[in-house]
Design a protein around this ligand. Structure first.
Ligand SMILES: *Cc1c(COP(=O)(O)O)cnc(C)c1O
Length: 461
């Protein structure tokens, strides 16, 4: 199976090419040429998360790696989790469960996608005897998960731009306290959008790279991250009802990567009820699902900072696959004027949303309310991102058929200020977070100018 771009021009790419390239040459996003189909009966016999991953991942990688190679990679991929099977499922009541995806080393779900990315980056670099620079910007958890996933691989140097601003102190410290020779956190006086612009420019100019060196993207458009996330949807379905009945999934989302992985799992044969798209007051996705209006607005800062986005980059994949029935010319045209002009799709096509999607925008007050509600009523402490998805379920509860799974994307201890404001205390702080809090921060401060940042990378590369 090969991959092609949602905009049609970049195609016939292998898994390894897509992995190392990130964004397609025509500006689109890579997607598999067809959806691989799982054999549900076979899946039902599996037990652990790793079993499931060993079944799912090779379906996407065989254009580049043998099943045996992939199995070897996967045996060492997910590490430093505090749960034996990586994930815990907490039952709120008989119809609602929480899928806890935050037991990894950085206490957010991004460890699943980025540890898989790093493992395959390393596999590919070793085979080619090359080195790479990871260059990215982060508004929250991407940077720490990328740094942690890559830090043990000597062939990879990570340069991560951290904007002044809304991330929690722990989120920032997870990047600035690593203290490794191949890790370079860069504090930037500027916004996340400034940082992203610089990263984009860096990927164009590439003037800080040495000869024959890869520049790797870790943002959520890299297909390999989606693969890692598809695995836990199948795992949840296996554990909750042995893949026998459709489940609803409520997903707190920003860039739509996590929701798209859920959609992808359903295309591969996972039984699905509704996919609930839960956003904070940065509501571009909610405006699309409610009013067919996908237009960029200024970002507002919320207490769920990892979802503070102005556009949802992975959404292009859904437009292409679900709404446009894979017509790349139409997709190209829609994105030509975006974001200067908003996207509105043909009304008849847009109506399809109702079969599968529901959406909610939850503001900070309601998010606090949600954290308090689940703490008081169910003795369950959740982080503000999870609380956004949980609030949506609270509103919907009586309307939903089937069981519902709330995706919990971060450990609550990562957001102590939000907990304090909601008047909630927690007894256990995971060891990895406790250590981070007491360590000394080491990071360079640079202005939001591409020259100074590119020079810094060049000097340290
Ligand atoms: C990144 C992140 C999200 C949003 O995930 P997307 O894949 O961008 O939708 C939600 N919650 C937390 C805690 C995150 O770190």
């Amino acid at each position: 199976m090969f991959f092609h771009s949602t905009r049609g021009k970049d195609k016939d790419k292998t898994f390894e090419q897509v992995l190392m390239q990130g964004l397609a040459d025509d500006g689109g996003l890579f997607i598999p040429d067809s959806w691989p189909k799982v054999d549900i009966e076979k899946l039902k016999k599996l037990d652990t998360f790793l079993d499931v991953a060993k079944y799912i991942v090779p379906m996407f990688t065989y254009s580049s790696f043998t099943d045996h190679e992939v199995e070897e990679v996967l045996n060492n991929t997910w590490h430093d989790f505090s749960q034996k099977d990586f994930i815990k499922i907490f039952d709120i009541d008989e119809s609602t469960s929480v899928l806890e995806l935050f037991h990894g080393p950085t206490a957010a779900f991004k460890d699943f996608g980025l540890q898989l990315a790093a493992a395959f980056f390393n596999k590919s670099l070793q085979a080619q005897n090359k080195t790479a620079v990871v260059f990215g910007a982060t508004s929250g958890d991407t940077g720490s998960a990328a740094i942690d996933a890559c830090k043990e691989f000597e062939s990879i140097k990570s340069f991560i731009l951290i904007p002044d601003g809304n991330m929690s102190e722990i989120q920032r410290k997870q990047m600035t306290t690593v203290n490794k020779k191949n890790v370079f956190p860069i504090l930037v006086s500027g916004t996340f959008d400034d940082c992203q612009d610089i990263v984009k420019k860096g990927f164009k100019e590439r003037n800080f790279l040495r000869d024959d060196q890869y520049l790797l993207a870790v943002n959520s458009i890299n297909w390999v991250r989606i693969i890692g996330q598809i695995c836990y949807y199948f795992y949840a379905s296996l554990k909750i009802n042995a893949l026998s009945n459709p489940l609803n999934f409520s997903v707190p989302t920003g860039n739509f990567g996590n929701v798209f992985a859920c959609y992808a799992a359903s295309k591969m044969g996972m039984p699905i009820g509704k996919i609930i798209v839960a956003v904070n007051s940065n509501d571009i996705l909610d405006r699309f699902f409610k009013k067919n209006d996908y237009s960029k607005k200024i970002v507002s800062e919320t207490i769920s900072p990892s979802m503070d986005i102005s556009v949802a980059s992975n959404f292009e994949r859904l437009i292409y696959d679900f709404y446009l029935n894979r017509n790349s010319e139409d997709c190209s045209n829609l994105y030509k004027q975006f974001p200067n002009q908003g996207i509105k799709i043909n009304d008849a096509m847009w109506q399809k949303s109702r079969d599968l999607f529901m959406s909610f925008s939850i503001d900070d007050d309601s998010t606090f309310e949600s954290m308090k509600f689940y703490n008081n009523k169910h003795r369950y402490v959740m982080d503000p991102h999870t609380a956004v998805a949980a609030k949506a379920i609270n509103i919907l509860k009586d309307k939903l058929k089937n069981q519902t799974v709330i995706l919990s994307t971060a450990h609550p201890a990562k957001f102590p200020n939000a907990l304090k404001k909601a008047d909630i205390s927690i007894d256990e702080i995971p060891n990895n977070l406790r250590e981070v809090i007491s360590k000394k921060e080491v990071a360079v401060h640079l202005s939001a100018s591409d020259d100074s940042i590119f020079n810094y990378i060049k000097e340290n590369n």
